[in-house]
Design a protein around this ligand. Structure first.
Ligand code: M6R
Length: 611
């Protein structure tokens, strides 16, 4: 969580930082702030979104060639002006921005209080900053040295960037556990949580690794480890265009990303699926095929929407590969004492590749000898790097906080993996295998057809926008889609929604049903069809309002439901790729109808880099 941007060079720093903060707002938007070196060190900060900071600074002299900026997702201390970053050290000489959590901050704070330090905020960041100031004062050392000493005492995760009033031509940054990218320009440097604030100015970037320190001047980049040894920066070329991070005529990023799905799914299949020769090419899978096909067990680790993709994959992998699969919330897995054997394969799924719980869960499993296969969207992200092997989802930059196109891309990659392993293992016959490859190839076009239902779903959203609760039900492959539909509605429209296996409903949730409760059934034609038809009847008998996502032309359900959304026919294994899309659109339109900020829902952040 939290977005950081910094600049040093000949340009005006403030506009670069401001634009960068707007691009990083998906990471948190409780408050924002900038520190600039002009006429000394000036810090400006404000509770609320970046636009509010911008408005408060209209007319100010913000001329500077070095500065740092931050957009916050609150952890320590409520969202407020005083808890906003950047923070200033006690002596007023240093300003710092921070993304992460300093776990031993109470201990450090108590030490500093005993020395007479006073604090203006409730944040762990101000504690770390004053700790650095204190070390510099006691050791009479340069800032770089003080940062290094301080970081050796710090427990937790951080990206920090410091501005020093006495050294206006230098920025100091360090990372452990949170992402940090350096943009290398001509006579200028940029720093940010991801490449989106940088892409406009340069395509040359350096991804900073854990326990590395960057000392940046306009025309010099020095990278060191915490032992003060120099490291040669590895400069990479960004494979990303500016257009990919702009709204392109859509009202919201979420809608744009929903509509990108025919292309993102196609991109995900491109170069991997060959329906002329009936082959799947995935280097990460092929190189580790023995490990994968002889796995005793596959454990899928993920959070949120990625966890729902994992749950869908459990059904697919068990069906096709006949390997037992367990799906774990990373946040639970990391804290219990799970039994993991060297013959187990962990599939870690993450859009951002930076989710703290997933990262730690991977480390735990690695310690116990498991093989880690990452399914990640962001190229070069931490999870991609700590996995033994993996496959990227190639969904492009996802900015809307609610995950949409990343989810379908995850499903595609997981299905390809399942098919490839099943084929190599011999657990799927030629006919079924070939059929599924061809069906998969047809999915992007079918997604395009589903998107034509947008207007119909918008009307439906108007009808149901007043609901206070909703139930989402599905069976088999569509059960995880019911969970995902409910999550989308909650996060975008703040309507309480629950996803449930349709058959479990009679063991409790059915008590909720009355004439006011919308019940969304994900009921495409599959081997569970008859059973779910009975479940719909059970709801109708209790006067619930039924909205059903069905296979187009299904007269049985059309005759019972209050509203239906008919989508193209697909093999039941692939149906989730289609059935999830109306649910994404439904929550989007309900959120918009209710006036919610769908791209930046309250209390959320895109990438959850704290536990
Ligand atoms: O980046 P990740 O896929 O690891 O993120 C996991 C969850 O935080 C994420 O899916 C979250 O649940 C989304 N807001 C859902 O739309």
């Amino acid at each position: 969580m939290c977005g950081i941007v910094a600049y040093i060079g000949p340009r005006e720093a403030y506009p670069v930082i401001l634009k960068g903060l707007k691009r990083l707002e998906y990471r948190g938007y409780d408050s924002s702030g900038v520190a600039l070196l002009h006429d000394g060190l000036k810090v400006y900060k404000k509770k609320g979104k970046v636009a509010e900071l911008e408005e408060s600074l209209v007319g100010q002299n913000l001329h500077a060639h070095a500065g740092i900026g931050h957009t916050r997702w609150a952890t320590h201390g409520e969202p407020s002006d005083r808890n906003a970053h950047p923070h200033q050290s006690s002596n007023g000489k240093l300003a710092m921005i921070h993304n992460g959590i300093i776990e031993n901050y109470t201990q450090l704070k108590n030490e500093l209080i005993r020395k007479g330090y006073q604090f203006k905020s409730d944040t762990d960041t101000e504690v770390l900053l004053n700790f650095i100031e204190d070390i510099q004062r006691n050791n009479q050392c340069i800032l770089e040295e003080a940062v290094r000493i301080a970081l050796k005492r710090v427990v937790g995760a951080y990206v920090i960037v410091l501005l020093d009033k006495d050294n206006p031509d230098t920025l100091i940054a360090a990372r452990k556990g949170s992402p940090l990218v350096i943009g290398v320009g001509r006579g200028e440097h940029f720093l940010a949580s991801d490449a989106s604030p940088i892409i406009e100015y340069t395509k040359e970037v350096v991804y900073v690794n854990d326990y590395e320190l960057a000392i940046l001047k306009a025309d010099e980049l020095v990278l060191k480890n915490l032992g003060n040894e120099k490291i040669t920066p590895f400069v990479q070329k960004l494979d990303m265009e500016l257009a990919a991070i702009e709204k392109g005529g859509y009202d919201h990023f979420m809608l744009k990303e929903i509509f990108e799905q025919p292309d993102t799914i196609f991109d995900c299949l491109r170069g991997r699926l060959d329906i002329t020769n009936n082959t799947i090419t995935m280097a990460g899978v092929l190189q580790n095929i023995d490990q994968l096909k002889s796995a005793n067990r596959i454990i899928i680790i993920a959070c949120g929407t990625s966890w729902h993709a994992g749950l869908t994959a459990e059904y697919i992998i068990e069906e096709l590969c006949r390997i037992p699969v367990e799906v774990e919330y990373a946040s639970e897995f990391r804290y219990r004492n799970p039994v993991v054997h060297p013959g187990d394969v962990i599939i870690a799924i993450s859009q951002s590749g930076e989710t703290a719980d997933t990262m730690v869960a991977i480390e735990r499993a690695k310690e116990q000898g498991a093989f880690i296969f990452g399914v990640v969207n962001v190229v070069g992200s931490s999870i991609a790097r700590i996995s033994h092997a993996g496959a990227y989802t190639h969904a492009g930059h996802e900015i809307g906080v609610a995950s949409t196109k990343a989810f379908t891309a995850q499903l595609v990659v997981l299905t390809l993996i399942a098919l490839k392993v099943a084929w190599e293992k011999g657990s799927v016959d030629q006919e079924r295998y070939t059929h599924l490859l061809h069906e998969l190839y047809a999915i992007p076009e079918k997604v395009r057809e589903v998107l034509l239902l947008n207007r119909q779903i918008e009307q439906l959203a108007k009808k149901y926008q007043g609901a206070t609760d909703a139930l989402y039900l599905g069976r088999g492959y569509n059960f995880p889609i019911a969970l995902e539909g409910a999550l989308k509605l909650k996060e975008i429209s703040y309507i309480h929604a629950e996803g449930y296996p349709a058959a479990e409903m009679k063991h409790g949730p059915i008590a909720l049903v009355d004439e006011h409760l919308p019940v969304v059934f994900v009921a495409t034609r599959d081997s569970y069809h008859e059973k779910i038809v009975s479940n719909i009847q059970e709801i109708k008998a209790r006067k619930g309002k039924v909205i059903a996502v069905i296979t187009a032309g299904d007269q049985t359900i059309t005759g019972m439901a209050d509203d239906t959304i008919g989508i193209p026919e697909a093999d039941e294994i692939l149906a989730p790729l289609l059935s999830v899309i109306p649910l994404q659109l439904l929550s989007y339109h309900i959120g918009v109808a209710k006036g919610c900020d769908v791209d930046k829902p309250r209390n959320l952040a895109k990438s959850v880099t704290v536990e």
